[in-house]
Design a binder for this molecule. Structure first.
Ligand code: PGA
Length: 256
């Protein structure tokens, strides 16, 4: 299994009205003109309301930006007021789904369990989408020396059987690094990514080497190159700095 093609994905969270589509347009334009072309896949996961418009924008003139979605219900359809199924998101044109983000796992928010995340990953596959499964420790867990146990447990618990390099991406996002401007040291990133890689090899055999393991949490143009050059880091999941095309391009440039 060869080294995976890196992926830089933007997670817009609950940010972005119709006006934000111009950022996707700008991204497409800049990538088209880029010389050299960045050696990575690029994706934006906007809020659901502008998903189909984003797909239309990105689908134009061979733009190299894939469009993903955020979260879903694990059932195909039914009496789940306010929810949305993976099939619906796929129909709108999304090709990937961010699942198990710490903002969803948060006990004081949606308290999603590993089992819930696993069921959603299966739903993403059922709908033909790639599952981006997020894992990461809280600040207290890191201070308590539990990082590897927590992250290892989340990977084991959230990854369904049947995972392949094509249908699954893991995103390691330390909870304390998200939106805080703080990042782990490169040694800490390397340690967790090595743990995830070993676990994927154990659970998936040879296929595990091809699964992309993204780093996420305060990735910015200034630190992207350093973080992306760490062993077993196969790209980034980017929140705040993905909202403006210019910042996001600065991160993608780590692969130019
Ligand atoms: P951030 O968010 O880049 O704003 O820290 C990352 C994420 O939550 O995916």
């Amino acid at each position: 299994m060869t080294k995976p093609q890196p992926l830089v994905s933007g997670n817009w969270k609950m940010n972005g009205l119709e006006d934000s589509l111009k950022e996707i347009k700008a991204l497409c334009k800049a990538l088209k003109k880029a010389d050299p072309k960045p050696d990575c896949d690029v994706m934006i996961c906007p809020p659901t309301t502008i998903l189909s418009e984003a797909v239309k924008k990105a689908g134009k003139k061979s733009c190299d930006v894939a469009i993903g979605a955020q979260n879903c219900h694990d059932q195909i359809s039914g009496a789940y007021t306010g929810d949305i199924s993976a099939e619906m998101l796929a129909e709108a044109g999304a090709t990937a789904l961010i699942l198990g983000h710490s903002e969803r796992r948060d006990k004081e928010a949606y308290a999603e369990s590993d089992a819930a995340v696993r069921a959603k990953a299966e739903a993403a596959w059922r709908a033909g989408m790639m599952a981006i499964i997020c894992v990461g420790e809280t600040e207290a867990e890191r201070r308590g020396g539990e990082t590897l146990d927590v992250v290892g447990g989340q990977v084991r618990g959230s990854l369904p059987e049947g995972a392949t390099a094509a249908n699954t991406v893991i995103a390691y996002e330390p909870v304390w690094a998200i939106g805080s401007g703080l990042t782990p040291t490169v040694d800490d990133v390397a340690e967790v990514h090595a743990l995830v890689r070993n676990l994927l090899n154990e659970l998936m055999g040879e296929e595990g080497a091809g699964v992309r393991i993204l780093y996420g949490g305060s990735v910015k143009p200034v630190n992207a190159k350093e973080l992306m050059s760490v062993a077993n880091v196969d790209g980034a999941l980017v929140g705040g700095a993905s909202l403006k095309a210019e910042d996001f391009l600065g991160i993608i440039a780590a692969y130019a």
